[in-house]
Design a binder for this molecule. Sequence first.
Ligand SMILES: [Zn+2]
Length: 81
Amino acid sequence: MTFRNCPTSSYSGDGQDLTKETSRKNEYADTEKLRNFLDRLQGKKFMLDCGHRVTFGFYLGNDIIIRNGKVMKIVCADCGG
Ligand SMILES: [Zn+2]
């Protein structure tokens, strides 16, 4: 016979409540939200501040770096890395 410490009676939730509570207090969304936002750029082509170009969603497309600030500066990874 095996005895296990299994405190099922003290288990008071399914974990969902804690998650909701945390996200309500947290003003930062996760990267999935950002990804969904950026997905709108799929197939779009842009000239960057460094003079290079980017095509979003293209498998050989440049990576970009967004210099955050009052005015964002967007350059390719080669120029901004
Ligand atoms: Zn560049």
